[in-house]
Design a protein around this ligand. Structure first.
Ligand code: LER
Ligand code: MN
Length: 271
């Protein structure tokens, strides 16, 4: 069954970013539970900032699961990415992600590689950047498999990366990897910029999509922009997706309204 999730950011440096809740885990868990979400996606500054016992207790108390954990703090807080020209920084980027895989795995949740993929540049040409990315995804994907979780790779729009921008490019890239444990994260906001047909892209990605960022054209809650969700939802259901539709949306006009709007759009489309 397709599940619902909502994001929380614990990273001050990411203020202004597309996360619904910003006021701590206890607040996010109680609001998400009240609204009937299945899970919470956590954007944390690092693996040790969240007390794991406290998080386990919140999950239990509210009957919620951890849907996924973001790794972008490695970029926004520490300036790291997997395709950096500097060997040491690439290594540190990988170690940061490995530590976030461990954190997520303690809650059976996959880690997401989004902005940590970086971009190609004159210093690191495209082919080399893609081979750095493949090397890291192979290593980290195998590591995640050992820990019993998937690793999610997210194509981003052209303003955030110049590596892989569509699901189709993502599918082709995954096929070159030695590990089968890396799945795609389909973010409807990025797709709205890069895909010519979102529903067709989802159908073509069937079987490779592990998680969805459920958001509208303007990065507000699903239902507050101009995406035509009916054909997208049909494609998601018909391709047998059973992961999370996670609200990675701006807290506009406020967190509560964004969370309410998302879950009511989710119910209309998927229940
Ligand atoms: C960034 O634009 C995004 O969509 C995040 O999920 C990437 O970490
Ligand atoms: Mn996203």
């Amino acid at each position: 069954m397709i599940k619902s999730a909502v994001t929380i950011s614990l990273v001050d440096e990411a203020r202004g970013g597309p996360f619904v809740f910003w006021s701590g885990l206890a607040d996010a868990f109680s609001q998400a539970a009240e609204l009937g979400y299945d899970g919470i996606e956590i954007f944390a500054p690092g693996p040790d900032v969240v007390d794991r016992q406290e998080l386990a207790q919140l999950c239990e108390q509210h009957g919620l699961l951890v849907a996924a954990v973001g790794t972008g703090a490695g970029m926004v807080k520490h300036g790291l990415n997997l395709t950096d020209a500097n060997d040491d920084k690439r290594l540190r980027a990988k170690e940061f992600i490995r530590s976030m895989i461990d954190f997520g795995a303690d809650f059976s949740a996959p880690a997401i590689i989004g902005s940590m993929q970086g971009r190609w540049s004159p210093e690191v040409p495209r082919d080399r950047a893609l081979s750095y990315l493949a090397e890291s995804l192979n290593e980290l994907g195998a590591y995640a498999a050992q820990r019993g979780v998937q690793l999610l790779y997210e194509p981003l729009n052209r303003y955030e990366t110049n590596l892989l921008k569509t699901l189709g490019e993502g599918v082709q890239f995954l096929a070159t990897l030695a590990t089968a444990n890396v799945k795609l994260l389909a973010d409807l906001f990025h797709m709205n910029i890069e895909e010519s047909d979102l529903a067709a892209a989802i159908r073509q990605g069937a079987g490779n999509i592990g998680h969805i960022h459920f958001v509208d054209s303007n990065r507000q809650a699903a239902g507050r922009g101009h995406l035509d969700f009916a054909p997208i939802a049909d494609a998601i259901q018909q391709c047998g997706f059973s992961g999370y539709m996670s609200a990675e949306a701006l807290p506009v006009p406020d967190s509560r309204t964004a969370a309410e709007t998302t879950i009511s759009t989710f119910r209309r489309l998927f229940r």
